[in-house]
Design a protein around this ligand. Structure first.
Ligand SMILES: Nc1ncnc2c1ncn2[C@@H]1O[C@H](COP(=O)(O)OP(=O)(O)OP(=O)(O)O)[C@@H](O)[C@H]1O
Length: 307
C-alpha cells in the first residue's frame, strides 16, 4: 500500500479543512493510500513536516492550504534527490497555482484528482536557495501582496488586495534595476519586475498568458519607470491581459534571471516576503511531479508524449 501524508494549514482561507479531514482520509484509504495528516502550527512548519515526510518515505505529500502552504511543502521536498509526488487541495484565498493546474476549489473534486492518479511534471523556481512555485518579483508594487494581512485576506478575499493597492498608490516609486536574462540586459529605473512560472498571478489569469507550467522557461515582465496615471493604466490593462504590447512593458522568456540594484529592493516570493536584492532566479525544469486533471490542462501545459 502506498503512503500519503497530508499537510494542512488550519488557518488558511475561509473554510476549515479540519471539518473535512475524516472524509478526505477515508477517500484516500479507499483509493489505496495509507494516509496520515499533520496540521501546521506556524509559519515554516509545513516545510519541516514535508522534510520529515520525505525522510519517512511517504510516496505522496498533499498540501491542503493556499499558495503559501504549497510553497512551504515544495521548499521541504525540493532539495531531496528522491522527491514524493505532490497533491494539492486548494484552501487558500487566491489559490493561483491551483488555478494554473486546473485543480478545482471543491475539496471533494480536488481529492478525486489525487485518487485518479494522473500526474504531470511541473517547473519550480529557485531564488538563491529558496524555492517558489508561481511568482517572484521585486519593486514597491510587489510588496502589496505580503503587506495585506492574512486575516484581512481571509475575510475580504481579493478585495483586500485592491483596498491595500489604493492605500499604497501614493508611495509607489521606481528603483534602479539591472536585470540579466539569458544573455540580455535591462539596466534602468523600473517600477517592478515579475518572474512567473504559470499564467496565474494574484488572481490575474492573463498576466503571463503564454507561460507553460513545464517548458523550463520563466516569463519575465518588467514595468518601466512611469507616473501614477500610467501605472494605473498598465495595471488596468494587465487585468484584461492587454498589457503585453504596451511600450512600458518588457516581456521575455528566460531560464535564468540575475537581478541587482543600487537601491534596496524588497522581494516577493509566492506572495510572501522573500528578502532583498541581489538575487539569482533559476528555472528547475520539471522538478516536481504533481497530481492534476490531465484532460483539463491548457494545451501548452500538456506534456507531449513524443519529445
Ligand atoms: N497554524 C498557523 N498559524 C498561523 N500561520 C500559519 C499556520 N500554519 C501555517 N501558517 C502560515 O500561513 C501562511 C499562509 O497560508 P496559506 O497560503 O495556506 O493560506 P492563505 O494565505 O489563506 O492563502 P493564499 O496564499 O492562497 O492567499 C503560510 O505561508 C504559513 O506560513
Amino acid at each position: 500500500m502506498k503512503r500519503a501524508r497530508i499537510i494542512y494549514n488550519p488557518t488558511a482561507g475561509r473554510e476549515a479543512f479540519r471539518k473535512h479531514l475524516a472524509e478526505v482520509l477515508e477517500k484516500l484509504e479507499k483509493a489505496g493510500y495509507e494516509t496520515s495528516a499533520h496540521a501546521t502550527t506556524c509559519e515554516g512548519d509545513a516545510t519541516e513536516a514535508a522534510k520529515e515526510a520525505v525522510r519517512r518515505g511517504f510516496d505522496i505529500v498533499i498540501a491542503a492550504g493556499g499558495d503559501g502552504t504549497l510553497n512551504e511543502v515544495v521548499e521541504g521536498v525540493g532539495h531531496f534527490e528522491k522527491r514524493p509526488k505532490i497533491g494539492l487541495i486548494p484552501m487558500g484565498t487566491t489559490n493561483d497555482f491551483a488555478r494554473a493546474l486546473r485543480i478545482p476549489r471543491d475539496i471533494d473534486q480536488a481529492v478525486d484528482i489525487i485518487c485518479d492518479g494522473d500526474t504531470t511534471p511541473v517547473d519550480v523556481g529557485l531564488m538563491n536557495d529558496r524555492y517558489f512555485i508561481n511568482i517572484a518579483g521585486g519593486g514597491r508594487m510587489t510588496e502589496l501582496t505580503y503587506e495585506v494581512p492574512s486575516r484581512l485576506k481571509t475575510v475580504l478575499g481579493q478585495l483586500a488586495y485592491y483596498l491595500k493597492g489604493i492605500e499604497m498608490l501614493p508611495s509607489i516609486h521606481s528603483s534602479h534595476l539591472r536585470i540579466e536574462y539569458d544573455g540580455q540586459v535591462f539596466d534602468d529605473e523600473a517600477m517592478m519586475f515579475l518572474i512567473g512560472l504559470t499564467n496565474s498571478v494574484g488572481g490575474f489569469e492573463k498576466l503571463a498568458p503564454d507561460s507553460s507550467i513545464n517548458d523550463g522557461y520563466f516569463t519575465l515582465l518588467i514595468l518601466k519607470k512611469c507616473n501614477i496615471a500610467e501605472f494605473i493604466r498598465v495595471v488596468t490593462l494587465a487585468s484584461r491581459g492587454e498589457h503585453l504590447d504596451d511600450p512600458l512593458v518588457i516581456q521575455a522568456k528566460a531560464k535564468k534571471v540575475v537581478v541587482t540594484s543600487k537601491n534596496e529592493v524588497l522581494l516577493n516570493l509566492d506572495g510572501e516576503y522573500g528578502g532583498v536584492l541581489p538575487a539569482t532566479f533559476e528555472n528547475l525544469y520539471r522538478h516536481i511531479e504533481m497530481f492534476v486533471p490531465l484532460q483539463r490542462l491548457r494545451p501548452q501545459d500538456k506534456v507531449q508524449e513524443i519529445e
